[in-house]
Design a protein around this ligand. Structure first.
Ligand SMILES: [Zn+2]
Length: 268
């Protein structure tokens, strides 16, 4: 479909709904400078998920090669500190504000949807800046810059880099125990699965953004929405697994296309 016609068509669909649910993935974060999984030069290209992406792997690597963990944390801080919501994120904030978008279901952990003004965000893979108690599971949100700045300073002041000094650096829960980032590591169960499928089941438009559709169970959400009668609209600069699912497929970045759709709606 020609892009201009597709944008017109998507805007017409958006105008008729107050139950639009967005499903977003790594491509949206990539537009904000956070490389996607195994992008050349990205975090998972430089660091082996088996060594730093699971709890046991992380502890093992820390005892054998602490400098690798330090480098991983430093790279994570660098990447996430410079990221900002992109025009695609901001367009979603506007769509919620004008009553069209009901919720955002995301696989991203970077908090950028909230920073763009979205209030109803279901984070299937957690949030890097929210902390979870290792003992009582209580959760505490931190701001992105606040948390990263805190870790950065603690790392700079650290004279020895080992497990006890890292435990010392972690924020403390009200119960006194250390707290870790509330993200879903490899092999851990996703969060908000039931709520996400409920959103997919009850929406009338699902907007699929920057996700290749290969990481299950999240990848099944657009299919679920379609089976429940929703119109599925996909924006993706590359290929995905949703060619047979999307009713309207727009090839391009969210930052390029979403603001144009919003503009059409607001000028109508
Ligand atoms: Zn606690």
């Amino acid at each position: 479909m020609e892009l201009y016609a597709g944008i017109e068509q998507a805007a017409e669909v958006f105008k008729t709904t107050r139950k639009l649910v967005t499903f977003s993935g790594a491509g949206m974060s990539a537009e904000s400078g956070i490389p996607t999984f195994r992008d050349p030069g990205g975090i998972w290209d430089q660091f082996d998920p088996a060594e730093v992406g699971t709890g046991p792997g992380l502890l093992n690597t820390l005892s054998r090669m602490p400098e690798k963990i330090r480098a991983f944390i430093n790279e994570t801080i660098r990447v996430f500190l410079q990221a900002q919501p992109n025009p695609g994120h901001l367009a979603l904030g506007t769509l919620e504000q004008i009553g069209i978008l009901r919720s955002v279901v995301t696989q991203n952990v970077d908090n950028l949807h909230q920073e763009a003004g979205n209030k109803n965000v279901i984070e299937m893979h957690g949030n890097l800046f929210r902390q979870r108690c290792l003992a009582c599971e209580a959760k505490k949100p931190f701001g992105r810059e606040e948390y990263l700045g805190r870790v950065k300073n603690a790392l700079e002041e650290m004279t020895t880099f080992d497990l006890p000094s890292i435990m010392e650096m972690l924020p403390k829960c009200d119960c006194g125990s250390p707290m870790r980032p509330d993200v879903v590591m490899f092999g851990e169960a996703v969060q908000g699965l039931y709520e996400s499928f409920q959103e997919a089941d009850s929406c009338d438009v699902m907007l699929v953004l920057g996700t290749s559709g290969v990481v299950y169970p999240a990848a099944a959400l657009p299919q679920k929405a379609k089976e429940s009668g929703a119109t599925v609209i996909e924006i993706n600069p590359g290929d995905s697994a949703y060619y047979g699912v999307a009713d309207i497929r727009l090839q391009g970045t969210t930052g390029e296309i979403l603001p144009r759709i919003v503009q059409r709606i607001q000028n109508a």
